[in-house]
Design a protein around this ligand. Structure first.
Ligand code: SF4
Ligand code: MG
Length: 315
C-alpha cells in the first residue's frame, strides 16, 4: 500500500526572544488510506502544531509532507487552494470554531461558496444531506450555533469539514471539550463516516482514554519528539516507553477486578525553549539512567512495527 500522507523529518520552531521553541522536532510518519493514526501527548507537546503544519496551516521550519506523493510545501497558493478541498480539519472547541452570527446553513455552506462549487438550490440540498449524515435534523439549518448542545455543535463542525468530500482530516482533539457521555457518540460517528466515505484521519488526543477506539496505530509525542509508535493493541497491551506507560496508567479501567498501578510523573513538562539534554523525558522518567542525560535515544524498531526512542531498548 502507498501512504496517502508521508511526513518526513518535520520541524516547526517558533522564535521567541532570540530563542527557539521547538514545538515539533523531527516528526516522521506515514499515514495510509483509510487508516486512523492517533497522535497523543500532554498539552504543549506539539501535537496541535504538528497537525496544523502537516496540512500547511503553518509553514514548516524544515521537512516535507507528501500528499499522494507530492510535497505540498512546494505548492503555490492556487494549488494549495485546490488541495484544501481534500484536506480538512476538525477543531477541539466547536463553539469557538463556529461563527455565532452565522446560521448552520451559512456555516456548512461556506466551503461551497469559497470554492465556488455548489450554489442555490443544489447547495441547500447538499447541506441538508450533510446534516442528516452527521445525525442532525435538516430542518434546523436556519438555527444558530448557540441553539445546539456541545455534541451537536461538534457535529456541525464535522458536517462543514465533510462538505467538499475530503480524503484526509486532521481531528484536533474533537472530543476533549465534550462530556464523557457524548465522546463515544462522536467517536462512533467519525468511525461510521470513515467507512462510508473512505476517510483517512489523524486523530489528536491529550490522553489515551478514547483514542484506542478509533485508532489503528498510535503515535505518542513528548516535548516535540516522537516517543513511541505502534498499532493500538500493542500500545495498550505492551507499551514500551516509560512515558507511554505513565499515560496508560492514568486511563480508568472499567473492570473493577483489573488493577493497574498509577504511575505519577514527578514535576511538570519542561519548557520547550530549553528542553533537557539527552532524552527530553529524563527529568520525569522513573527509569532514567546516566546515559539518558548525555545521549539522545535513537528512534528504533524494537519489534516489527513497534517503534520507540528509549535507551532501555537500545541494542
Ligand atoms: Fe527514560 Fe532514559 Fe528511556 Fe528517556 S531514554 S525514557 S530517560 S529510560
Ligand atoms: Mg492542542
Amino acid at each position: 500500500k502507498t501512504p496517502l500522507v508521508q511526513v518526513k523529518d518535520l520541524k516547526k520552531y517558533f522564535s521567541i526572544d532570540r530563542h527557539y521553541l521547538k514545538a515539533v522536532d523531527g516528526l516522521t510518519l506515514d499515514i495510509f488510506p483509510g487508516e486512523t493514526v492517533g497522535l497523543v501527548g500532554e498539552s504543549g507537546c506539539g501535537k496541535s502544531t504538528a497537525g496544523r503544519t502537516i496540512i500547511r496551516l503553518y509553514e514548516p521550519t524544515e521537512g516535507e509532507v507528501l500528499y499522494n506523493g507530492k510535497n505540498i510545501y512546494t505548492y503555490k497558493h492556487r494549488e494549495m487552494v485546490k488541495i484544501r478541498r481534500e484536506i480538512q480539519m476538525i477543531f477541539q472547541d466547536p463553539y469557538a470554531s463556529l461563527n455565532p452570527r452565522m446560521t448552520v446553513e451559512e456555516i456548512i455552506g461556506e466551503p461551497f461558496a469559497i470554492h465556488r462549487t455548489l450554489s442555490g438550490k443544489k447547495r441547500k440540498e447538499r447541506i441538508k444531506e450533510l446534516l442528516k449524515l452527521v445525525g442532525l435534523n435538516p430542518d434546523h439549518m436556519s438555527r444558530f450555533p448557540h441553539e445546539f448542545s456541545g455534541g451537536q455543535r461538534q457535529r456541525i463542525g464535522i458536517a462543514r469539514a465533510l462538505a467538499l468530500e475530503p480524503k484526509f482530516i486532521v481531528c484536533d482533539e474533537p472530543i476533549s471539550a465534550l462530556d464523557v457521555s457524548i465522546q463515544a457518540q462522536v467517536v462512533n460517528l467519525l468511525k461510521e463516516l470513515q467507512k462510508k466515505m473512505g476517510l483517512t484521519y489523524l486523530f489528536i488526543a491529550h490522553d489515551l482514554s478514547m483514542v484506542k477506539y478509533i485508532s489503528d496505530r498510535i503515535l505518542v509525542m513528548y516535548l516535540g519528539k516522537m516517543v513511541e509508535l505502534t498499532d493500538s493493541e500493542s500500545l495498550y497491551n505492551v507499551p514500551l516507553h516509560p512515558y507511554t506507560q505513565a499515560l496508560l496508567s492514568a486511563v480508568p479501567i472499567p473492570d473493577p477486578d483489573v488493577k493497574r498501578e498509577r504511575i505519577v510523573l514527578k514535576g511538570d513538562v519542561p519548557s520547550p525553549i530549553s528542553p533537557p539534554s539527552g532524552c527530553v523525558f529524563r527529568t520525569r522518567c522513573p527509569a532514567a539512567m546516566e546515559i539518558c542525560s548525555k545521549v539522545e535515544p535513537k528512534w528504533q524498531e524494537v519489534k516489527p512495527g513497534h517503534f520507540t526512542a528509549c535507551h532501555l531498548y537500545e541494542v
